[in-house]
Design a protein around this ligand. Structure first.
Ligand SMILES: *[C@@H]1O[C@H](CO)[C@@H](O)[C@H](O)[C@H]1NC(C)=O
Ligand SMILES: *[C@@H]1O[C@H](CO)[C@@H](O)[C@H](O)[C@H]1NC(C)=O
Ligand SMILES: *[C@@H]1O[C@H](CO)[C@@H](O)[C@H](O)[C@H]1NC(C)=O
Ligand SMILES: *[C@@H]1O[C@H](CO)[C@@H](O)[C@H](O)[C@H]1NC(C)=O
Ligand SMILES: *[C@@H]1O[C@H](CO)[C@@H](O)[C@H](O)[C@H]1NC(C)=O
Ligand SMILES: *[C@@H]1O[C@H](CO)[C@@H](O)[C@H](O)[C@H]1NC(C)=O
Ligand SMILES: *[C@@H]1O[C@H](CO)[C@@H](O)[C@H](O)[C@H]1NC(C)=O
Length: 491
């Protein structure tokens, strides 16, 4: 990452403004831009050396809007907490800009980020405003003269972070982790952490918090919204008022810690954490996390991993690798459905002493035998696995790609997991993307090469989508199947 080297960045942007706009070239570091008016333009020079180029400052000097370098070579627009260099908000366009090319931010009724060809990377849609300012809260606000309510504000489109006094409502888009694998969504009476599979078509929940005093059965009760409070808690309130229906209190709640800046971020490991920054601090301090134990995080040991509580060690579900570093398997980008009720070929891994950390959130069936549980999954192409509890007769179905399971020292807890058979000429990404004739050609001796090409294509695609920290695909040979697809749990 990059440090908070504000001075060179500021110097760089002053120079840019002199060249690119009508702002007179007498700006010193003290005359920082605090407001954008119609006609404003700032440019990012191709390949700039500072990782953040501020354009607009909050009056308190703590936050700035500017061009942010993402990863090694991408460009985004961001609101950054300057003391920590942490981006609190990012525009996150579907297609990120390229840091090695020029880019332009203009304000003309709305904010628009364009690439050198004039292609629009991002803009505030349907906005008519006279000024754009960054508030002391870090909220970027576009407003008309004489109007109190904003035409547009960044608080309404969070990326992975909420800050003090930012309302997170049922109509706010979800928080999405930087690696785009996790989301925080609000339901009418609850908030939930979810995994994102198949480009968001499957979003299984792995953590849920229902507002204590909300009444889910009362249809006329308004939905809840959440807000981070300076006193050290995340409050849930009924919309249209300030009636508090629940409090998630942080470790510092009892300390009456005033004057610190707080944020709540959906981190790349899928945990939701609160942090605070005290004046003169060197780093953020975390005082809340939604999920306490590493093994309860949904992907702590990667796909087909097994997390052993206590030591929080990682194994692979099939026991085949002695190495403990994830992942055991690459992540799946599509289900096993081949159309017309057909299912693609798969191998099976069976394992005793396994459970799922968030099984209450999985579809389940009761009064099953291990074999019936397996059958409920085996024939269904959208099912990737089943976990059976022989003590209770509960059968939990995993209708999304298998992620990390949890070790439990109970022989009656058994699991059945499908593993895509590879190399396969009927890989969905290929068969869906190219005509049948071409598929047949590709299906020959080149199948392995095509697969590698597909992975590379997909990795490039994900990089383009701004995935900074994707998992490194592991070799498939690490996961040796332990039986054929018509075996039952019983080994
Ligand atoms: C923002 O912060 C600055 C400096 O701390 C202060 O002078 C100003 O009054 C604040 N603005 C608002 C609207 O609170
Ligand atoms: C958040 O919601 C409260 C209560 O509805 C409202 O008073 C406040 O203005 C909202 N804040 C923002 C930044 O929209
Ligand atoms: C349902 O919620 C509304 C709004 O909060 C409240 O006025 C009403 O009394 C509630 N009804 C019941 C049956 O609790
Ligand atoms: C918390 O701190 C503020 C300012 O330091 C003070 O006014 C307030 O009384 C304190 N509250 C409690 C409950 O200690
Ligand atoms: C996996 O390894 C553990 C410990 O090494 C062992 O107890 C267990 O029986 C093995 N499981 C299988 C299915 O081989
Ligand atoms: C499950 O089995 C128990 C005891 O055998 C029985 O009382 C119960 O009704 C069954 N439940 C269902 C949903 O079949
Ligand atoms: C297959 O599993 C999905 C997800 O669990 C379920 O919605 C669907 O009804 C199942 N299909 C059949 C034919 O059982």
């Amino acid at each position: 990452m990059w440090g908070g080297k504000g001075v060179p960045a500021i110097a760089a942007v002053v120079a840019v403004l002199c060249v690119a706009s009508a702002v007179p070239c007498v700006l010193g570091a003290k005359d920082l831009v605090k407001q954008l008016s119609n006609g404003f333009t700032a440019t990012h020079a191709a390949g700039g050396t500072a990782p953040f180029e501020p354009v607009l400052y909050a009056p308190n000097g703590v936050f700035a809007l500017g061009f942010l370098r993402v990863g090694s070579a991408s460009l985004d627009l961001a609101v950054v907490h300057l003391p920590s260099s942490f981006p609190l908000w990012r525009a996150t366009p579907a297609r990120l800009g390229d840091w090695s090319h020029a880019a332009k931010l203009t304000f003309d009724s709305s904010l628009v980020l364009t690439d050198p060809d004039g292609g629009v990377l991002w803009q505030t849609l349907d906005t008519i405003g006279d000024t754009a300012v960054l508030h002391n809260s870090s909220n970027l606000v576009v407003r008309r003269y004489g109007r109190d309510d904003p035409s547009w504000q960044s608080f309404d489109t969070p990326s992975d972070t909420l800050v003090l006094d930012q309302n997170f409502t049922i109509s706010t888009p979800p928080l999405i982790s930087g690696n785009r694998r996790f989301a925080l969504r609000l339901g009418k009476t609850y908030m939930a952490l979810q995994m994102e599979f198949y480009g968001g078509r499957a979003t299984p929940t792995y953590w849920r918090h229902t507002a204590l005093e909300a009444q889910p059965q009362n249809a006329t009760e308004p939905p809840v919204y959440g807000r981070l409070d300076a006193r050290g808690f995340f409050g849930l309130y009924l919309e249209g008022g300030s009636q508090k229906v629940d409090t998630l209190s942080f470790d510092t709640f009892v300390q009456n810690l005033t004057g610190v800046f707080r944020r709540m971020t959906l981190d790349d490991d899928g945990n939701l954490r609160a942090y605070y920054w005290a004046d003169g601090a060197k780093d953020w301090t975390s005082d809340y996390k939604a999920i306490a134990e590493r093994c309860e995080l949904p992907t702590s040991c990667g796909a087909y991993g097994l997390c052993v509580p206590g030591s929080a060690q990682c194994q692979c579900l099939d026991n085949s690798t002695s190495g403990t570093s994830p992942p055991c398997h690459t992540d799946e980008a599509a289900d096993l459905c081949a159309g017309a009720g057909q299912q693609m070929e798969f191998d099976v891994v069976r394992r005793k002493r396994v459970s799922v950390a968030y099984k209450e959130e999985l579809p389940s069936e009761t009064n099953k035998t291990a074999d019936e549980c397996k059958q409920a999954c085996a024939g269904n192409c959208s099912c990737w696995g089943a976990v059976f509890n022989g003590a209770s007769g509960y059968c939990y179905l995993i209708d999304f790609p298998v992620e990390t399971l949890v070790y439990e020292a109970d022989d009656r807890k058994v699991g059945y997991f499908k593993v895509r058979k590879l190399p396969s000429p009927t890989r969905p990404g290929i068969s869906a993307a190219v005509p049948a004739v071409l598929t047949l050609v590709l299906a020959g001796a080149a199948a392995a090469g095509v697969y590698i090409g597909y992975r590379m294509w997909e990795r490039r695609k994900r990089k383009r989508a701004g995935m900074e920290q994707e998992l490194v695909p592991g070799p498939y040979k690490d996961l040796k199947p332990m039986g054929s697809s018509n075996n039952s749990f019983k080994a």
